[in-house]
Structure formats: C-alpha cells, structure tokens
Design a protein around this ligand. Structure first.
Ligand SMILES: [Zn+2]
Length: 166
C-alpha cells in the first residue's frame, strides 16, 4: 500500500535559525531552540492572523486593524455610557459607529457581537423593530450559540408581530 503524504514526518522551520526540524525532535539541532517554543510562536502568530484575517483580506495593515478596533471599542464604551444615561439616540450613533468599524476591520473582535446586541436594544427602545431584528441577527451570525441573543431575537420578533397587528 502506498504511503499517504498525510502520515509523513511533519517538519517545522526554526524561527531563530531557519533550520528545518522534524517535529519528533525536541529541539533545533542547529541553535537548540525547543520545538514546543517554536510551535507556540507559530500558534500565536496564527491566532493573531486569524483574528485579523478579515481586515487583512480587505487590504488593511495590522496597525490599521488595531487602530480601527480600538476606535470601535471607544464607540462601544461611549454607547454604553449614553445608554445608561438614557441618551438613546446618542447611544444608537455610537453603537452604529462601533459595528461599522468592527465590520470593516475586525469582524470577530470579542465586542463585535455585543455592539450589535446593544444596538438592537437601543433600536427596540425606539420601536425600530425591523432595525433591531437585523441587528440581533448580525449578533447571532457572529455568536450563533449565545442563548441571550436567541432570546432577544424571539422577543423582538414577538414585539414586531404585535406592532404589525396593532
Ligand atoms: Zn534553530
């Protein structure tokens, strides 16, 4: 039986000296760097890349993505403050800015789904049920397993139904 390429010895390039080491070797033969440290560096680079993949795919640099995400976080915080003070239209503007920035730079940012969730709440508070439904659906697209998002969606659908009948 022919050997599958999938079971061949996996190799990794040393991040210090560039030597190719098989993964069964505990450290780089040339510079002594432990294989697990090399792997951890690849993993963290990969997870950073995954986090920014959306921004990269749109041609943004890492710096632009970080700046865009920070600006989005800023609007998210201002939106929550405005919401707590009862400034609903101010909150809506900040959350709209936040979701737009997250959507452009870092769609999977840990606050991206929450920004959509809060936007749906301020839209609900203004009886904008269709907008609120679109927003909570966007939150669910990012975090499909979030139970509170699913409950909010049901709630908005019920409210929107009532609105149409009344
Ligand atoms: Zn090395």
């Amino acid at each position: 039986m022919a050997k599958s390429p999938m079971v061949s010895d996996p190799e990794i390039t040393c991040t210090v000296c560039g030597w190719t080491l098989p993964l069964r070797v505990p450290k780089c033969k040339k510079c002594g760097k432990p294989a697990e440290v090399i792997l951890a560096e690849y993993e963290s680079a990969l997870s950073r890349y995954r986090r920014y993949l959306f921004g990269y795919s749109r041609g943004y640099t890492e710096e632009q993505i970080v700046m865009g995400s920070q600006e989005a976080e800023f609007h998210f915080k201002r939106g929550k403050e405005a919401f707590q003070k009862g400034d609903i239209s101010g909150a809506e503007q900040h959350f709209t800015d936040a979701v737009t920035l997250f959507r452009n730079f870092e769609e999977t940012h840990h606050l991206a789904d929450m920004a959509w969730y809060y936007l749906s709440k301020v839209q609900m508070a203004q009886n904008k049920f269709d907008d609120a439904l679109r927003s909570i659906e966007a939150a669910i697209r990012i975090s499909p397993d979030d139970v509170s998002f699913q409950q909010t969606e049901k709630y908005i659908r019920a409210l929107a139904g009532k609105q149409r009948v009344g």
